[in-house]
Design a protein around this ligand. Structure first.
Ligand SMILES: *[C@@H]1O[C@H](CO)[C@@H](O)[C@H](O)[C@H]1NC(C)=O
Ligand SMILES: *[C@@H]1O[C@H](CO)[C@@H](O)[C@H](O)[C@H]1NC(C)=O
Ligand SMILES: *[C@@H]1O[C@H](CO)[C@@H](O)[C@H](O)[C@H]1NC(C)=O
Length: 392
């Protein structure tokens, strides 16, 4: 066998190593996840998205953009209270924190701030996941350090990076599968797929100013994962005709978020779209993959709209945290996504039938606003028929 320090590696030896590591790191599927996510017995699965908490030091950290009379009693603890109230009101099956979880510049101890920021999710016993924004690494931990701290917290399904990939840009790229209802014909299928990506912080390319973007290595991982999930979904038993719907979560919006105006989005746009100054092509990659129905970001706290482009809904959650810039009189908010399965003729549960979304405001009654259908199977089928039927 090859000696240690052998300078050249034969192709067959190299292949052996690759095959070995692929076998060793077979990505876990629905059956193997440490705490599996599944649709409920009533055929629903609900996701709460919390964007931009900007948590710092807790009760000593003041609020931004609240009315002057609210300042003396406002701190990070208001952000905590809002997470707790949202969990109480919506009872989600899963919570996702889409970055700028902490505002690093004002966090004395990153680990402490992270633990405090996620505490309501941890205490709820609801599985949760987080990804990074552009401010999470500005305190005492690097981006890798932040992600490593997060994956060590209780009840989280976050991962630093996928085990089956050896080289990938960023920290916090992973996917999760939502299994069909236990005991149903879909119990071994992932009926809904969630993707999480690290959209970076700032460009490291001197000629390109501004924010980071999703790199080719991450897009390749996404493509492969999407293709693998599609194959599994279209395999026996219960072979399906197309892929299961996918939802993608990251922090910095894509340039395509600028494709809308108030005539074709739901929600508001009160500031510019702060995407990277270059287009990474990730939107095209997602359209090509064919399974993605919704993209959910944060970053621009004053935008909270969803608009559809080429069959993909591009959605902001709206700013959540009180130590994040916002607008006095315009409530902090959160986005909820609810996927529902179709009832089969035998009375069991099948594939995803529809995906709906709404937001809740942090006002007295946690008012629900902007309810809309993001995607529905029947609507998509009608549209496919029209496309096939028209020569243009
Ligand atoms: C922050 O929380 C305090 C204590 O519950 C409350 O009195 C205050 O109204 C909250 N401030 C805002 C802006 O919601
Ligand atoms: C799902 O997998 C389990 C374990 O392999 C098996 O017992 C069960 O019959 C499968 N369910 C369906 C609907 O195929
Ligand atoms: C939204 O409407 C505007 C015109 O009001 C149009 O320029 C734009 O292309 C539309 N966007 C999409 C994605 O349909």
């Amino acid at each position: 066998m090859a000696k240690k320090n052998t300078p050249s590696v034969s192709p067959s030896h190299f292949l052996g190593v690759v095959v070995f590591s692929l076998c060793f790191f077979v990505p876990k599927s629905v059956l193997g996840v440490k705490k599996e996510l599944r649709f409920r017995k009533n055929g629903g699965f609900k996701i709460l998205q919390v964007a931009d908490m900007h948590y710092a030091d807790g009760k000593t950290t003041s609020c931004l953009n609240v009315f002057p009379n609210q300042m003396p009693t406002c701190s990070d603890l208001n952000t905590t209270a809002f997470v707790e109230r949202m969990i109480q009101a919506e009872k989600p099956d899963f919570i996702v924190f889409t970055g700028d979880n902490i505002f690093g510049f004002d966090a004395t101890d990153a680990a402490k701030s992270l633990s405090a920021a996620f505490q309501p999710a941890i205490a709820s016993n609801i599985p949760w996941a987080a990804i990074l924004g552009n401010h999470d690494q500005e305190s005492t931990l690097s981006r890798e350090g932040v992600m490593k701290h997060i994956v060590g917290l209780k009840n989280t399904l976050s991962q630093v990076n996928p085990a089956e990939v050896h080289i990938i840009d960023g920290f916090g790229n992973y996917n999760l599968e939502i299994g069909g209802v236990k005991g149903s014909r879909f119990e071994n299928k992932s009926a809904l797929n969630l993707y999480f990506l690290d959209s970076g912080d700032y460009s490291t390319v001197p000629a390109i100013p501004g924010y980071g973007w999703i790199k080719p290595s991450q897009q390749l991982w996404f493509q492969r994962t999407s293709a693998k999930l599609r194959r599994a979904y279209m395999r026996q038993p219960e072979a399906q005709k197309g892929p299961a719907p996918g939802l993608v979560y990251f922090h910095i919006p894509l340039p395509e978020f600028a494709s809308f105006d108030s005539s074709n989005f739901t929600g508001v746009r009160q500031e510019g779209i702060s995407s990277a100054s270059v287009n990474s092509g990730f939107f095209t990659t997602m359209v090509e993959a064919g399974d993605v129905k919704g993209v959910f970001t944060g970053h621009d706290h004053l935008n909270d709209f969803c608009g559809e482009l080429t069959g993909i809904q591009l959605c902001y959650a709206g700013g959540f945290g009180y130590h994040a810039y916002g607008k006095a009189g315009w409530s902090r908010r959160a986005r909820v996504v609810m996927a529902s399965l179709e009832k089969t003729e035998q009375g069991g549960w099948g594939a995803v039938k529809s995906i709906k979304t709404w937001k809740r405001l942090d006002d007295e009654h946690l008012t629900t606003v902007d309810g809309q259908v993001l995607w529905s199977k029947s609507h998509a089928a009608v549209r496919r028929k029209k496309q096939v039927g028209s020569p243009e």
